[in-house]
Each structure stands twice: as structure tokens, then as C-alpha cells.
Ligand binder design. Structure first.
Ligand SMILES: *[C@@H]1O[C@H](CO)[C@@H](O)[C@H](O)[C@H]1NC(C)=O
Ligand SMILES: *[C@@H]1O[C@H](CO)[C@@H](O)[C@H](O)[C@H]1NC(C)=O
Length: 432
């Protein structure tokens, strides 16, 4: 693929397409390809993809999200399945990594000598994990080929369960051929609404494969004014995570941001340092994890995942990623000390963006959708070279449309599941 050849060196820095917005993703994919004189296929699509409607559509979508989230439907009480037979953690004997990989759940680590001052307020795990979430069963705001199920439906069909390791599993229907709204899956909105704090999420497995679009993220009210923080997100067979924030007007990150983080700022058609959604066709401020190689998708799953950490404090918003074999002892001991973690993957410091003015009252979200505005966009599905994915999904699957693939190849989605050990919230008397 000619396009793929020159996209590979370009895209790691430029495919900022993140979050649940259609305008930004498609726009940036285009911006990339348009940067090459050979990129005529993309330019043909430009007029409709980069229409001013994009921003408006996004705005409406977001308002709908907010409103619907507040009037969550009444659902039956949760129940739990122990030992659902979901043996989800293939850890290869010969890991590609230098460090030894544990073959079972992390064993307790010694408590750190000093207490960092962070205090755990919520521990969502085990049999009660799903009690802490509302199940979104409306249409997907990002237009995916998905049929989100409510709590009762999800339990009854085994889309959610607790496995023999005590981990929460969220999977998708693998019926070969499906119709209607799309493939059955779950989208969870955390019941806790919070402003500032430290949130840890430990996952052993995340959805991956062509057609998938998983994310663990946060959202505030009245989008984008309550802010949006995308902690773990990508599509298809990506192997590099992207961290992004999206805000109202006035939030910027400093010029030296790349020196403050291990990730690399994405660049698109707009100012990379302006996080305002409406001024950047929803590009926001995005950072791609180019270094880890295990932060997303299959490589993530091959090592048994790890821990993502979101720090939202007076001095800004930061995201760290720790692979399974390198989870700090203070995290395992439930006495996290972010000061000891080194550079974050993504840093959105407070200097030019007050983290309590541009972000407030957020809640956690797990999504697992298919195709839609990002994974299924023509400019994504048909090209390789994105974020660690060399071949296009069209080439990998033999389908020219994501939607057709998802509707007719259910057996290919056995890996489209989350296996989560916990989500933990912490607060701090002076830093938050
Ligand atoms: C939090 O949940 C995990 C997993 O169930 C458990 O191992 C740990 O002991 C819990 N922590 C506290 C303080 O209850
Ligand atoms: C969950 O509870 C419902 C209603 O009590 C029951 O019909 C269903 O079989 C249960 N599902 C599982 C997986 O235990």
C-alpha cells in the first residue's frame, strides 16, 4: 500500500484522532494524508468530512449524552457470575519484555515506608464491581454498529460477569451474523461524580481487533465545559494508546509539554496546544504513547495488561501507564505516591489551564463499541500505518466496510472484551 508507506513515519505524530468525536478524527486523518501530494483519495472526502456540521453534530451528541446519563433507566439489581470460564490472560511463557511476568494475579507488595497522603475512598472490584455503574442502553453517541444492553440484559446474556479470578469481564455478543442496531455490548457510566483525585484502573485485558473501539475515559457535564479526559483509547489493531483532553475555550498546554511527559503530542490540522474543542474541530490536546509498545490492544493483552492512573490535582491532569510487570509497589499496596512514578505519559499542567475550572464533576466510562465515527471511518478502516497498526483493516479482514465485517463475523470478536481487576479512587488533603 503506497499510502501506508509514507503514513507510517507521519502518523505517530499526527494521527491525533482520539475521543468520541467524529470531526476531529476524520479531520486529522485527512490532514495527514493531505500533507502528501499523493493523497488524492482523502481529498475527495474532505468536503463532507470536514464540514462545519461536524462540530455542531458533536455538540448535540454531547448534550444528549449528558442528559441521558442523568436519567438512567431503572434496571434490575445486579447479580454476579463466579467462574464464568473466561480465562482471559494469555501470558506468553517467552515474554518479549525483559522483566519477568507474573503468571497469576499480582501478589501483595510490601507497604511503602511512608504514607504519601493519598487515601482510598472507593474500591470497585470483585462481585460488587458492576453495582457501581449505570448501563447505557441508548444508541451509541459515536454511531457505532453496537446494540448496548441494559443491566438485566447484560447479565442474562453473559455480557458481564465476574470470573474465577474475581475480575470483572465485559464482553460482546459473538453470534456470527447480526442485524438491527448492531452487535450487543456494554457501555458503563460510573455512578460516582467527582472533582479532582487519583483514579487507578487495573485491566488484564482490553478489547482489540479490527472494528473495535474501546475506551476508558471520563466526562463532565455540559460538554465540553465540564471537560473530558480520555485515558485509554484507540481503535482496531492499534498498539499505541492515546491520551487526550477536551475542554471549553481558554485551556492550553505549554510549549514544553513534550519535555514533561513520555508521550508525544499529536499534531493535526489545528493548534496542538489548544485543548478547546470548539476551536479545534474537537481535536483537543492529544498525546500518543509511542514508547511503551504495550500500552494498548494486543501487546497490552499479551503481557496481562497493567494499571492506568489518572491524577487530577491542583497542579494539573496527568496520566501514567504501568505494564503488569512494572506496577509500582505503592500502587499494589494501595498507598499510591505519584511523586515516585517518574514522567507521566500525558501531562496537562495547570499553568495555562485551571484543572478545576475546565474540568469538574466527571464520571468514569467504559465503552466498547464497533466501527462508528472513528474505527469505521473510511479514512481509518482503509489505511494502515496508524498507531502501531501496519496493515489496513480492509486488508486484514477482506471487508471494505467495517459495518459489514462487524455484522457478519461474530467469531472474530472473542478478543473484544475487558477484564478489569479494579477501579480505585483516592483523595488527598492538600494536593486535590
Ligand atoms: C480492594 O479490592 C481488591 C480486589 O478485590 C482487594 O484485594 C483489596 O483488598 C481491596 N482493598 C481494600 C482496602 O478493601
Ligand atoms: C441474573 O439475575 C436474573 C434475575 O434474577 C436471572 O434471571 C439471571 O439468570 C441471572 N444471571 C446470571 C448470569 O446469573
Amino acid at each position: 500500500m503506497l499510502l501506508a508507506n509514507y503514513l507510517i513515519p507521519l502518523l505517530p505524530l499526527t494521527s491525533a484522532l482520539s475521543l468520541h468525536g467524529l470531526a476531529r478524527r476524520t479531520h486529522q486523518a485527512l490532514a495527514l494524508r493531505l500533507s502528501s501530494p499523493e493523497a488524492t483519495p482523502a481529498s475527495e472526502k474532505r468536503s463532507h468530512l470536514v464540514s462545519p456540521k461536524g462540530g455542531k453534530a458533536k455538540r448535540l451528541v454531547r448534550k444528549t449524552v449528558k442528559k441521558r446519563a442523568c436519567k438512567a433507566p431503572t434496571v434490575p439489581a445486579a447479580n454476579t457470575t463466579i467462574g464464568g470460564g473466561f480465562n482471559a490472560n494469555p501470558i506468553p511463557a517467552s515474554s518479549t519484555t525483559a522483566s519477568p511476568v507474573p503468571t497469576s494475579s499480582p501478589s501483595p507488595s510490601p507497604k511503602p515506608a511512608s504514607n504519601s497522603g493519598w487515601r482510598m475512598t472507593d474500591n470497585w472490584s470483585g462481585n460488587t464491581f458492576f453495582d457501581n455503574w449505570d448501563f447505557w442502553s441508548y444508541d451509541d453517541p459515536t454511531h457505532g454498529t453496537v446494540d448496548y444492553q441494559d443491566r438485566g440484559q447484560s447479565w442474562d446474556q453473559g455480557l458481564v460477569s465476574t470470573n474465577s479470578k474475581g475480575n470483572a469481564v465485559m464482553k460482546v455478543d459473538t453470534t456470527q451474523h447480526i442485524g438491527g442496531r448492531g452487535r450487543k455490548a456494554v457501555r458503563l457510566h460510573g455512578k460516582k461524580v467527582f472533582t479532582g483525585g487519583l483514579v487507578l484502573m487495573d485491566a488484564w485485558h482490553m478489547p482489540t481487533g479490527c472494528g473495535t473501539w474501546p475506551a476508558w475515559w471520563m466526562n463532565g457535564p455540559n460538554w465540553p465545559y465540564g471537560g473530558e479526559i480520555d485515558i485509554l483509547e484507540g481503535v482496531n489493531e492499534f498498539s499505541q494508546n492515546q491520551v487526550s483532553v477536551h475542554t471549553g475555550s481558554g485551556c492550553r498546554i505549554p510549549w514544553n509539554t513534550n519535555e514533561l511527559q513520555t508521550g508525544v503530542l499529536t499534531t493535526g490540522g489545528f493548534d496542538s496546544y489548544n485543548c478547546a474543542s470548539y476551536e479545534t474541530a474537537n481535536q483537543g490536546c492529544g498525546t500518543r504513547d509511542l514508547k511503551s509498545g504495550q500500552s494498548y490492544g494486543k501487546p497490552f493483552n499479551d503481557i496481562g495488561g497493567g494499571v492506568y492512573a489518572l491524577l487530577w490535582a491542583k497542579n494539573g491532569v496527568r496520566v501514567w501507564w504501568f505494564p503488569r510487570y512494572a506496577i509500582p509497589a505503592d500502587i499494589s499496596a494501595e498507598q499510591p505516591n505519584p511523586d515516585s512514578w517518574g514522567l507521566p505519559v500525558g501531562t496537562f499542567v495547570s499553568d495555562l489551564c485551571d484543572p478545576y475550572k475546565f474540568f469538574h464533576d466527571n464520571f468514569n466510562i467504559f465503552t466498547n463499541t464497533f466501527c462508528g465515527d472513528w474505527a469505521g471511518a473510511d479514512g481509518i478502516w482503509n489505511y494502515g500505518g496508524f498507531a502501531g497498526q501496519d496493515k489496513s483493516c480492509a486488508a486484514i479482514t477482506g471487508y471494505s466496510k467495517c459495518d459489514d465485517y462487524v455484522r457478519n463475523e461474530g467469531s472474530k470478536f472473542n478478543d473484544a472484551f475487558w477484564e478489569v481487576s479494579y477501579v480505585k479512587y483516592f483523595t488527598h488533603p492538600t494536593l486535590v
